[in-house]
Design a binder for this molecule. Structure first.
Ligand code: NAD
Length: 479
């Protein structure tokens, strides 16, 4: 065993006391670490440490909290290579992606919210003989629960605004990808962060996560993960009236109109479908193409999908690495089987990829493109969260919008057209929290981020996150 992953509780790293779980490297199937679930007592201890740390942390000036966050960002950046390697080994994603996207974005999250916390201001309303102003006060100890697809990126996306706003945090990363959160916890110790300000609990959702979200000592829960888990957390909190932010699943449409810049649309659709093996909540897995260009688009898209290289995530020239776990591999291949049974034509992929050498036992799936299925079938309705995309033709704008909105999810959409009026018109009627026109995954951290329908509740990003992690109190003064 290379590494035992412990929990960061009150500034100490302690081993878990619950069941011991292996942590696998998806590219090889090998066990690279182990962790023990944090049990209910350890969850209580972490929440207690966060509550104890709250008065002093919340009393710091925003600039002082910002300094801690910037130091952490600098320390991660100084070890970017180590963090990227750990992220890639733990999740199966290409190393170059971890280096160019995941870790830089984690650094950016910390720096962004360090500054945002310093700039955060509240409103005031002044009229004759009366002044109303709003205090935005931190909540206390808050929970941050994150998934495996963008491990450090999404963990920092939550803890940075929570800490910047003056809260203390108990974070629970995914048990599938615990490495970089563990490394981040060690860095906060090396930097001399006040104990208890950030606690990191590792363990399974049903054990550690459940104990965290049902504990009376936390004031808010920020969750990113599946719609199913989000619903369970919401149900468990129905009578507790705590703030909940839920960032959930998606089945995002890519809409390609006949007047689009064809090459740009192909590039965008390929990236949206297959980046990170299709395991990004924002991935465009339903590609809607206007009938007049459907055949041409299909040929070009399938050619590009076939040309993507699947292999050892450490190789600089691979486009796709492994999917995250044996279990997830099984889920994706079962979804492809469902598509076959539903009568879908598999235009490329549709099967595992055998990689020679060190990755012979890894979990790799070929980029898969499917056509010929109606919008209402399971393949077009259920989130697959893998390198699988469907093609659906449409005749006109109204039909495109109807198909795009024919989903219980509503996270993101991308629209490809040269007609700027059409772009705005379609964006305004799509049922999604985020719409990109002629681009995809183009993120400005100041903008609201989140979904509608079963894709979630609330928004992260910029001021929205700082508002979530504070309670508004209006004060009215009369003279
Ligand atoms: P998941 O719901 O299985 O797990 C997410 C986290 O919740 C993990 O840390 C897990 O341990 C924990 N958890 C599980 N059960 C719990 C419980 N009962 N109580 C408390 N915590 C619990 O999701 P996943 O498989 O890790 O991630 C993939 C999903 O995340 C996909 O559906 C994807 O769309 C979604 N996602 C959404 C966004 C977004 O911003 N909307 C971003 C990334 C991923």
């Amino acid at each position: 065993m290379e590494l035992h992953i412990g929990h960061l509780i009150g500034g100490d790293i302690v081993p878990g006391r619950g069941q011991v779980l292996p942590v696998h490297e998806p590219a090889t199937g090998r066990v690279i670490a182990e962790l023990g679930d944090a049990d209910a007592e350890q969850v209580s201890a972490a929440i207690g440490a966060a509550r104890d740390a709250f008065p002093a942390w919340s009393a710091l000036a925003p600039e002082q909290r910002g300094r801690h966050l910037r130091q952490l960002a600098d320390a991660i950046e100084a070890r970017l290579e180590d963090f990227a390697r750990a992220e890639s080994r733990d999740s199966g994603k290409p190393l170059h992606l971890a280096k160019s996207l995941d870790i830089p974005r984690a650094v950016a999250n910390l720096r962004f919210f360090a500054s945002a916390g310093e700039q955060f201001a509240s409103e005031s309303h002044h009229d004759h003989g009366r002044l109303n102003y709003t205090l935005r006060q931190p909540l206390g100890a808050v929970a941050a629960i994150s998934p495996w697809n963008l491990p450090l990126y999404l963990l920092t996306w939550k803890i940075a605004p929570a800490l910047a706003a003056g809260n203390t945090v108990v974070a629970k990363p995914s048990e599938v990808t615990p490495l970089t959160a563990f490394m981040l916890g060690e860095l906060t110790r090396a930097l001399g962060w006040p104990p208890g300000v950030l606690n990191i609990l590792q363990g399974r959702g049903a054990v550690t996560g459940q104990a965290l979200v049902t504990h009376g000592g936390i004031k808010a829960i920020s969750f990113t993960g599946s719609t199913r888990t989000g619903a369970a957390i919401a149900a468990a909190n129905a009578e507790r009236f705590r703030k909940l932010s839920l960032e959930l699943g998606g089945k995002n449409p890519t809409l390609v109109f006949e007047d689009a810049d064809f090459d740009a649309a192909i590039d965008g659709a390929v990236r949206a479908a297959f980046t990170n093996q299709g395991q990004i909540c924002l991935c465009g897995s339903r590609i809607l193409v206007q009938s007049s260009i459907y055949t041409r688009f299909r040929e070009a898209f399938v050619e590009r999908a076939r040309a993507l290289r699947v292999g050892d995530p450490e190789n600089a020239d691979v486009d796709l690495g492994a999917v995250v776990s044996r279990e997830h591999f099984g889920k994706i291949t079962a979804c492809i089987e469902t598509a076959r049974q539903e009568g879908g034509a598999i235009l490329c992929g549709g099967e595992p990829v055998h990689v020679e050498g060190r990755c012979a036992d890894g979990w790799f799936i070929a980029p898969t493109v499917i056509e010929g299925l109606p919008s209402g079938c399971r393949t077009n309705q259920d989130e697959i969260f893998g390198p699988v995309a469907t093609l659906l033709p449409f005749d006109d704008e109204a039909q495109a919008v109807a198909i795009a909105n024919d989903s219980r999810y509503g996270l993101a959409a991308s629209v490809w057209t040269r007609d700027i009026s059409r772009g705005h018109r379609v964006a305004s009627v799509l049922e999604a929290g985020i719409v990109w026109i002629n681009t995809w995954l183009n993120r400005d951290l100041r903008t609201p981020f989140g979904g509608v329908k079963e894709s979630g509740l609330g928004r992260e990003g910029g001021l929205e996150a700082l508002r979530f992690f504070t309670e508004a109190k209006n004060v009215c003064l009369s003279w």
